[in-house]
Design a binder for this molecule. Structure first.
Ligand code: IVH
Length: 673
């Protein structure tokens, strides 16, 4: 296309189309075209703009990346100050807020509020003039912020040009720039791989990314934006309700959170809070609470402001998931597989609704990457039900005498050598089952609810049993007697009897549970289930070598190697045999091994009467080795009934259902075939 007029027309059409698709994708979360089509349009636009550089405008969708690095950010005064919100930390405080609002307004009825998630990112002001994005400024101290326009341009969910009609000549949009969880994890993972510093949380990552002097770096960061209000707006009046303002912003192409709700009264607010608290971990972004805003703008104006916050809104915070405290010591725990986990001993701190004095440091790689030292002030995270962790160090508070953390050379439990494979994150004790820690962990795991489910055999009791020398391997559990147990500290006759009964009950189990209970490295519940279903019997599984194991669907080389190694180990075979001798059993299955490979696979047999040449058991075994299934009763799914002499009622049942009936001769012929 060489004609400038045509090019100009096409450029406009392309920009409109791209802006429209951006809007569908980001603001409405409802794209109309696949990504490839969007990319094609963008490429065509880029090519045309290259050909006609005079036609490039700052609001073109091509202008999102690549501005040259700045030396520093300019400072910009906010024409309307950017305020913050008062916080409420309890239901009582929310009710008090609502009461104050009603009293000031002399209102007896319920107030209408807009309830919104409180995004955990950073506040930003976006200025649009005649619908074109002009400026992006951080909140700063509320009156003056930093000019981050170049960086804001790189955020795809911020439109460079407003859509539709009716927007004011000057429109200042306010909202939150944040980093979605997924993008945050990926960013940190990449940083970790390159041995670079990671961000402690998505909020820090968002702030760090937006305040980059080099916009090309910001462009690579997964930042997103939600609008939650307006600042300075020129004459054209906006609607008289906050909810309607948000609806307008959405129509003009800005992204509005779809979790926003209109609610009534304090109870409506609290209901929203509970809903969001329950949803919180499932959201793709981090929120630290919810915000309630009086919806009617005239009422907002009547209420006005105190100091730095409006009287018409409040932030109802979730219990903080992060807190600062001092790292007093680092100790190493030895797990079931011998892995040494560094554990932080902390000055107790209230975080995420509980007092935390221990937190995981995961592994030595993490300790080194985060450069955690004893004496440091650290950020502790406790989100939902996950184990509290040390998220990062507050370097500014590092004392002079902070001590580096060293991996011990010897296992703190058994004194065996500790090895850390070259480049590996995990250090392990080489003591194996000689190491009491590993033994204890295995015993506890063996007895746990999802394994053999021995009620009452918890951590403390396992410690006692191992210490007293009553239990060295899991097989010893089954030799425990009431007098032995009753002799232990804090153990009465009654609990001893209960425990022996629970052990008795656990003797009858299922193969997947038993496999899981063995604590084979890499074998969790799902893999145990897969292996049990595939092989049917423990013997078959134990006989399988790595190659055979790898043929099992969902079993890769790592799992196959771990399983084969486990069963090769004579000690493990001994323990298994002792456990079985102690009466642990489960119903044997036929397995789905080599599906389609056996000539009888997919065929279902029922046996009845007496065969002259072999026992019924032997016949069943023959069928199973050829891939067939044997079941105890006739149903529509039965393919063959093998009838010996003096058949039982199964014969009549089979005749009634039209099942093929084989006498001994025919059966032998079939096996021959
Ligand atoms: S409204 C005058 N709405 O929370 C009202 N703020 O402490 C100003 N925030 O700096 C804010 N989500 O960065 C509002 N839905 C939301 C919000 C929100 C997050 C942040 C905002 C502000 C801080 C207030």
């Amino acid at each position: 296309m060489t004609n400038r007029r045509d090019a100009e027309r096409r450029i406009h059409a392309l920009r409109d189309a791209i802006n429209h698709h951006n809007y569908r994708y980001y603001a409405l979360d409802d794209p109309e075209v696949p990504d490839s089509e969007y990319d094609r349009l963008l490429q065509e636009l880029r090519a045309l703009e290259r050909e006609f550089p005079g036609l490039v405008t700052p609001d073109s969708p091509t202008q999102r990346v690549g501005a040259a690095p700045l030396r520093e950010f300019g400072e910009i005064r906010h024409e309307v100050p950017m305020l913050s919100l008062d916080n409420a930390f309890s239901e009582e405080e929310v009710r008090a807020f609502d009461r104050r609002v009603r009293e000031r307004l002399e209102e007896n009825g319920e107030i209408e509020y807009m309830a919104e998630p409180k995004l955990d990112g950073l506040a930003i002001s976006l200025v649009y003039e005649r619908g074109v994005f002009m400026r992006g400024v951080t909140r700063g101290d509320g009156s003056t912020g930093e000019d981050v326009t170049q960086n804001v341009r790189t955020i795809s969910s911020i439109p460079l040009r407003l859509m539709g009609k009716g927007f004011p000549m000057l429109l200042e949009v306010r909202g939150e720039v944040y980093m979605p969880r997924e993008g945050f994890e990926a960013l940190n993972q990449r940083a970790a791989q390159r041995n670079e510093k990671t961000f402690a949380n998505p909020r820090n990552a968002a702030a760090g990314s937006l305040r980059q002097l080099d916009a090309r770096i910001t462009a690579e960061r997964p930042l997103e934006f939600f609008a939650y209000g307006c600042g300075k707006v020129s004459a054209a009046a906006l609607p008289q309700r906050h909810s309607a303002v948000l609806a307008h912003l959405r129509a003009w192409g800005l992204r509005i959170n779809s979790e926003n709700r209109a609610v009534r009264g304090a109870e409506g607010c609290l209901g929203y809070y509970r809903d969001m608290a329950a949803k919180r971990t499932a959201l793709p972004y981090q929120i630290d609470g919810v915000v309630y805003k009086v919806d009617r703008v005239d009422l907002q104006q009547k209420l006005g402001f105190v100091a730095r916050a409006p009287r018409w809104a409040v932030a109802h915070k979730f219990p903080a998931e992060e807190a600062m405290t001092v790292l007093r010591a680092v100790e190493f725990q030895v797990g079931r597989t011998g892995a040494l986990t560094p554990v932080a001993r902390l000055q107790p701190v209230f975080v995420g609704g509980a007092t935390v004095s221990n937190a995981t440091l995961h592994n030595m790689d993490e300790v080194e990457r985060k450069d955690v030292r004893v004496g440091d002030t650290v950020m502790v995270r406790r989100a939902g039900d996950v184990i509290p962790e040390v998220a990062g160090v507050v370097l500014a508070k590092r004392p002079r005498d902070a001590k580096r953390v060293h991996l011990p050379h010897k296992c703190p439990v058994c004194g065996s050598e500790v090895v850390r494979p070259e480049g590996g994150a995990v250090a392990r004790c080489t003591g194996g089952l000689y190491c009491a820690a590993q033994r204890k962990e295995l015993i506890r795991h063996f007895a746990s609810r999802r394994a053999l489910d021995i009620e009452g055999l918890g951590e403390k009791l396992v410690d006692q049993l191992v210490k007293a020398g009553l239990v060295a391997t899991v097989a010893d559990i089954f030799t425990l007697t009431v007098p032995q147990l009753a002799g232990l500290e804090r153990m009465g006759e009654k609990s001893a009897l209960n425990l022996v009964a629970a052990i008795e009950k656990a003797r009858h189990t299922a193969l997947p549970r038993f496999l899981y209970a063995l604590g084979i490295r890499e074998v969790g519940e799902a893999t145990a289930e897969t292996l049990a279903r595939h092989f049917g019997t423990l013997q078959a599984l134990m006989a399988a070598d790595e190659n055979v194991l790898q043929q099992v669907p969902d079993v890769g080389p790592v799992v196959a190697a771990a399983v084969a190694a486990f069963f090769r180990e004579p000690h493990n075979r001994e323990v298994i045999s002792a456990v079985r001798k102690a009466g642990v059993h489960w119903p044997e299955q036929s397995g789905t091994r080599l599906p389609g490979a056996g000539p009888l696979s997919g065929r279902s047999f029922v046996l009845t009467g007496t065969l002259s040449g072999m026992t019924r058991e032997a016949a069943g075994e023959r069928i199973r080795t050829l891939g067939g299934k044997v079941s105890g009763s006739v149903s529509k799914k039965t393919d063959f009934l093998v009838a010996g002499s003096e058949p039982g009622s199964k014969l009549a049942a089979a005749q009634k259902l039209g099942v093929t009936i084989l006498d001994e001769r025919a059966f032998l012929d079939l096996l021959q075939e």
